[in-house]
Design a protein around this ligand. Structure first.
Ligand code: G3P
Length: 185
């Protein structure tokens, strides 16, 4: 199972990297805002202290603006994976961007149908929010079934985990990866 860190804290990220267990780093707009850095500064520091991919989330509402933001973010580094929420506008943007070979992490996933739509639109990663789902284990199991049964080339990295029991549940289900907040890591 891949271990990602859901933080902008470079000391924690550096530790994960040194231990040789880190697959990548996820960020989101609230983590960036809490870091009191600009998005560019936060991403540069994270890219410097580890060698894996780093996600940056778009904030634009329309598909045209999401595409523009994605292009700007990807110019920043080849290692940036752009996170796009699974809304109608987000899916439309994903469909265009995945045809242009952009690597997309579909985020804010709470349901099996959102996961299926994101896979169909070409996302390479799915980020379901464990603690925000009514029946997380059932939903994750259905998503895993879809990924395996229909052979999508898409990985599931579970976010919004709040305790080690939830991480253990993910491990036992066989998800591709988890992204851990600083304290949980
Ligand atoms: O990256 C998104 C994830 O961190 C959301 O977590 O705990 O706010 O549901 P939470």
């Amino acid at each position: 199972m891949e271990i990602w860190l859901d933080t902008t804290d470079t000391k924690t990220i550096q530790l994960g990297h040194k231990l040789g267990i880190l697959s990548g780093v996820t960020t989101n707009p609230s983590l960036i805002s809490n870091s009191e850095q600009t998005l560019e500064d936060a991403l540069s520091e994270i890219l410097k202290v580890q060698s894996g991919p780093v996600t940056a989330q778009v904030t634009a509402p329309s598909h045209a603006e999401i595409i523009e933001q994605t292009e700007t973010l990807r110019e920043f580094s080849e290692r940036i994976i752009v996170k796009i929420p699974v809304t109608q506008e987000g899916l439309q943007a994903m469909a265009s961007l995945s045809h242009l070979q952009f690597t997309i992490m579909a985020t804010a996933i709470f349901s099996t149908s959102q996961a299926l739509f994101a896979c169909r639109a070409g996302a390479k990663y799915l980020a379901p929010y464990f603690s925000r789902m009514d029946t997380p284990l059932d939903t994750l199991e259905s998503i895993l079934f879809i990924l395996e049964r229909y052979g999508f080339d898409t990985k599931m990295v579970v976010a919004s985990l709040h305790d080690l029991g939830e991480v253990q549940d993910c491990l036992e289900l066989g998800v591709d990866g988890v992204t851990l907040k600083k304290d949980l890591f």
